[in-house]
Design a binder for this molecule. Structure first.
Ligand SMILES: [Zn+2]
Length: 202
């Protein structure tokens, strides 16, 4: 019996350790917490994880996370459909929405070009972005990938793919410290980055 318990416990510690920012000691503390918690509380965690994986998917228009076919931003008739803001991850949308300064649509690339991690163009949704622009009605694409080496490279690649299309392509302003990320930038800095965006040269 004791051996079985240890094996299950070690497995739980091992799963916690895979989470970002969780070291071995914290993983053990979390596992002990689950062990001591009531069955309902512990299973609520397990069910929450299961439901997120079962119910959440990518919006078929913009690849934001949603529980339906289309996300709440794409479904909102008040949004300006002539502007598309391109970001790396859904969590960047949440950061930009907090500024309240942007009323257009988004497009989530689902990553950035990172050759060292084998993340190439085929892993991103750039082709889907091009198709959205081809459908017409879009006058500006704002490239809001992170202001670091990989984000800049991804912006340059996307810019190239949109070349020759009848659309203005802009890049968010450099107000953000180089190497920082949209996800963790504060609201004022993001507002400035958006309002200070500039036409991107090829
Ligand atoms: Zn959407």
């Amino acid at each position: 019996m004791a051996g079985e318990t240890t094996e299950s416990f070690d497995r739980l510690v091992g799963e916690f350790k895979k989470l970002p920012g969780i070291g071995g000691r914290t993983a053990e503390r979390l596992a002990y917490h689950v062990l001591r918690a009531g069955k309902d509380e512990a299973m609520a965690l397990a069910y929450a994880i299961r439901d997120v994986k079962k119910n959440m998917r990518n919006c078929r228009e913009c690849y934001n996370l949603t529980e339906g076919e289309v996300c709440s931003i794409c479904a909102d008739a008040r949004r300006d459909r002539s502007v598309i803001c391109v970001v790396e991850q859904p969590k960047d949308i949440w950061a930009l929405e907090k500024t309240g300064a942007y009323r257009g649509l988004y497009h989530v690339l689902l990553g950035r070009l990172a050759p060292l991690e084998d993340m190439g163009p085929e892993n991103l949704t750039v082709d889907e972005l091009v198709k959205r622009v081809e459908k017409g009605g879009v006058r500006e694409v704002i490239l809001a990938t992170n202001p670091n080496l990989e984000g800049d490279g991804t912006a340059a690649y996307t810019r190239e793919k949109l070349a020759g299309m009848n659309v203005s392509v802009t890049r968010i302003a450099r107000g953000m410290p180089a190497g920082s990320s949209i996800e963790f930038a504060n609201t004022n800095i993001l507002q400035d980055a958006l309002s200070g965006r500039r036409e991107m040269d090829r």
